[in-house]
Write a protein that binds this ligand. Sequence first.
Ligand code: ADP
Ligand code: ASP
Ligand code: MG
Length: 628
Amino acid sequence: MGVVVQKFGGSSLKNAERVMEAARKAIRAKHAGNKVLVVVSAQGSTTDDLIAKAAEITGAPSAREMDMLLATGEQISIALTAMAIQELGESAVSLTGPQIGIVTDSTHRKARIKKIDTQRLTEELDAGHIVVIAGFQGIDEQGDISTLGRGGSDTTAVAVAAALKLAGYDVECEIYTDVDGVYTTDPRIVPDARKMDAISYDEMLEMASMGAGVMHSRSIEFAKKFDVPLMVRNSQSDAVGTWIVPEEPWMSEIPACGVALAADEARLVLEGVPDRPGVSHRVFSALADANIAVDMIAQSVGTGGKATIGFTVLNADLEKTKKTLAPIVADLGAALNETGKVSKVSVVGAGMRAVSGIAERMFQALSEEGVNMKMITTGDIKISVLIDEDGPPESAIVEPPTGEPIKKAHLESKKAVRGRRALRAVHKAFALAQPRKGAGDTGTGFKPRPSPMLATVARDRDAAIAKLDGMEGVLVSGVHLNAEQSRVTIHDLPDVPGNCSRVFNAVATGGILVDMIVQNQSGPAKAELSFTLPRADLTRALKRTQDVVRAIDPAARVVGDADVAVLYVLGVGMRTHTGVARTMFGALAARGINIAMINTSEVCVGVVVERARGEEALACLKEAFKLT
Ligand code: ADP
Ligand code: ASP
Ligand code: MG
C-alpha cells in the first residue's frame, strides 16, 4: 500500500477553519486507499511571534533555549490537526519530532537530520491511524530538542518520505502552501510570474538556495538524494501544482526556468591577499570550521603578487565571519572590508549548460535598468549577480502593484528596492511570463514518468547513500576535469552599468559558449572580469573582447590564458555543507596547486587551475572525496 505524506505550511493552518480543511484533505487521501502521514508547521506567524517574545527578554538568547521555545509552535499544530481529524470521524495520532525519533546533530537552530527511526511511524500507520507529526524539530544525541532552521518543516516532510521509501514503502509527497505551485519567481513580487508544471531537483535546489522561499532548500537535497518526487500545491484548492522531479530531457531545452531574489546577504572583500597556494584554503576552511556557508566567491587574479577575494555570507553570520577571520587577516597582512547593503538576483535553468548568450541577456536587461553589478558568479545551471542597495535615494522608482502583501518571513525582500526592480527586469528579459513547455503551454501538462536512466542512477545512488555519515550528509557524486578550456581576463574595467553587457554581447554574437564567469571589484571604480570558454574559441573571443574593451577604456587590459583546466565537483548540497569547500581547497593546497577562479553552487563547485596540473588536481580531488 502506498503512503501519502502531506505537509501543511503555517498559512495553511492559520485558523480553525484552515486546520479543518487540512484535516479533510488528509482524510480524503486515506479514503482513496492510502496510509497518510501529515507534517505540520506552526500556525500563521507563530514562529515569528515566539522569536519576538524571546527578544523581549534578551538580545542574545541561547540557541538551545530558542529551540525549546520555537518547537512549541509545531506542537500546538499537531494536537489541533489530530483533533480536527478525530472530529471528522477518523482516527489520528499526533507525534513530536523526538517521539518519532528524528535524530539530529547538536547545531541548535540549524540542526541537520542524522537518522529517522521509522518503527513508531509504521506501527501507527499500520494500526490505521492518520499520523500527524511536527515539522521543523528533532532531538539530538544528548536528548535535547533541536530545530532545523526557518522553513524547515519542508525538510521534515521530505526526509520522512525518504525514510519510509528506504523502509520499502511506495511514497508520494505533497507540499501544501498558499500559492498554486512553484512559479517562475515570487508571485508576490512579480504578479505576472507563471506557475510551472514541473521543475528538476537541481533547478529547484538552486532556486531555493538563491532565495525562492517557497521550499526549504535542504528538503530538495533529500528529494534528489533519495529520489522522492514532490508536488507543491495550494491548500485552498484541488488544482494540480508543480512537480519537482528528476531532470527530464525537455528541461534541458529551457535556458532559464526561473529567477530568484535574496536580500539577506552581506558582501565582504579581502584585499591585499598574497597570491599563493593555500591562502583560499586558510580563509575558507576557517569559515567552514565555524559552520559559515559562503555563497558567492570571486577571487581576482593576483596582480603584483596580491589578490582580492570578494565573498558573501548571510547577514546573520556577518559578525561571526568578521571575528573568525580577524586573526588570519592580520597574519596575511590583508584588510577585510564590508561593502554596504546588497541584494542578489539569480537566473536558473538546466538549458544553460548548452545555450550561449544567457549571461549576456541577463546583463543587458540589468544594464538597461541602470543596475550596477557588484559581483557576478556562475554555476553549472545558474548565474548570480550582486546588486548594490545603497546609493542615491530611489524615490524616482515607481513600483508596480504587486501580488498579495509580503509575509513577515519574507520582509527582507521588501527592502531590496533595486533588487526587486532588477528581478522584474530579468524576468521580463527571459519572457518568463509567457507560456512554454512545462509552464502552462496547453497540451504539454506534465506527468512524471519513470525514466530509463533511473535504474542506473538508483544503483549509483544506493552505493553513494551507503557511504553517507547521516541522512543529511553531503553527497559528492563525481569530479570532472575539462582540460580544453581557456580564460579571458579584463583588468581595470570601469565599474559602470553596461560594460559587462557589452563584453558578453560581443562574445555571444560570436556564438561562443562562456562557462564560468567571475566579476569582482579590483579597486576604486574598477572591476576585474574573468570568464572561461573552449580553448578552440580563445583567439576569436580575445579579438572580440579587445575590440569592445578598447572602445570602453583604452587603459583596461585584456589577457588571454590558453593553459587552464577547470575542475568540477558535483553533488547535492555542496555549498551549504561547508566541509566540501574545505576538503577541496585543502586537497589542492596540500599539493601546492594554486586556484585561479572559484565558483560555488548547491550542485557544483568549480575551480580553475593551471592546465599542467589538471590531471594531478583531478586525482587528488577524487582521493579527497573517496571517489576512486
Ligand atoms: P509555507 O508557510 O506554506 O511553508 P512559505 O511562505 O514558506 O509557505 O512559502 C510560500 C511563499 O513562497 C509564497 O507565498 C511566495 O510568496 C513565496 N515564493 C518565493 N518564491 C516563490 C516561487 N518561485 N514560487 C512560488 N512562491 C514563491
Ligand atoms: N515554523 C517554522 C518557521 O516558521 C518552520 C516552517 O514553517 O517550516 O520557520
Ligand atoms: Mg515554508
